[in-house]
Design a protein around this ligand. Structure first.
Ligand code: CA
Ligand code: CA
Ligand code: CA
Length: 310
């Protein structure tokens, strides 16, 4: 009987020991796991903050280049330091990559229907936009809708649309009756599909002063500036600026050798730029932060027009 009791006590003690050991092992694993999770969260947070600051410093690098440039040059071209493509810069445990692009290589769409815009500039840019639509095979009727979206009145143009149209949609919304605040706002305009937006948006801007910089503009936009511009003229312009940048827009007159075309496009031609879009990417391990900013450099002062972190 005593033996049986002793055996039973030993059994209980063994079970208790096993239970305590199991609890201790579970606790240890639990503590280790949560410590690892805490470290991971802290590590991710640290990388996140570091990547943000790297991206911010990238924008500051771009601003410094643009400031130095405007203080030391009177024209802008793609061989200048601000425009160069630099490899990612290693900083601390990560890197930063900055790309600066000239917005004066694109056509400013906000002049359409804008009564405050200089009529000469508005007419020349509106003409360029219609040639762009024609070349991209986009329905020309959309131009009326864009003008109606921007013009202050509520009278629709023949193929346009005002609040009466947008108010009938589900969900309804009002016609903007003011310039666009972002280019993607075009997608709210009647008949502008993703496909159409994809075709035209890379050639359009809302940030420039309306001038096209003949030193930086690409072939596609050059071809849109006037119906009288042909491939030979465009090649001539690119060949000329490869040798040396245009110092004044009058030089363009000799290069294209067509007074009528020059007369029509000269109100929107310049040899310098006022707006630049900056994309700065900060990366630390697997964390990446991207800042998209637009820098305005009007009248030699520098200001930020747009800033978004992704
Ligand atoms: Ca310059
Ligand atoms: Ca309107
Ligand atoms: Ca209207």
């Amino acid at each position: 009987m005593i033996d049986l009791l002793r055996k039973s006590e030993k059994g209980v003690a063994l079970i208790l020991t096993l239970l305590i050991t199991a609890i201790l092992v579970t606790l240890t694993v639990e503590v280790n796991y949560s410590t690892q999770v805490d470290l991971m969260i802290a590590g991710n947070f640290r990388n996140d903050v570091q990547a943000c600051y790297l991206a911010k410093s990238g924008v500051n690098i771009a601003i410094s280049y643009l400031k130095y440039d405007v203080e030391n040059t009177d024209t802008d071209n793609l061989d200048e330091d601000w425009a160069k493509s630099y490899p990612p810069i290693p900083v601390g445990g990560g890197f930063v990559k900055v790309v600066t692009e000239d917005e004066n290589t694109k056509i400013n769409i906000n002049v359409m229907g804008n009564e405050k815009a200089d009529p000469k500039i508005r007419d020349a840019l509106s003409k360029a936009i219609s040639i762009l639509f024609e070349r991209a095979e986009v329905d020309m009727g959309i131009l009326d809708s864009i003008i109606d979206w921007i013009d202050p009145d509520d009278e629709p143009l023949p193929e346009g649309a005002e609040t009466a149209y947008y108010g009938s949609l589900d969900p309804p919304y009002e016609c903007k009756n003011a310039p666009l605040d972002t280019l993607s706002e075009l997608l709210m305009i009647k008949d502008v599909t993703d496909e159409i937006y994809g075709k035209i948006s890379k050639y359009l801007t809302i940030y420039s002063n309306g001038m096209i910089n003949v030193n930086t503009v690409g072939k596609e936009v050059l071809m849109c500036l006037d119906e009288g511009i042909d491939e030979a003229m465009v090649e001539g312009i690119i060949e000329y600026r490869r040798e040396k940048p245009f110092e004044g827009k009058e030089e363009l007159k000799d290069v294209i050798n067509n007074d009528e075309v020059y007369g029509r496009i000269s109100p929107i031609i310049d040899v310098k730029s006022n707006a630049f879009s900056v994309t700065s990417t900060g990366r630390v391990e697997r964390v990446e932060k991207v800042i998209r900013a637009v820098i305005d450099r009007e009248d030699k002062g520098i200001s930020c027009r747009y800033w978004r972190m992704e």
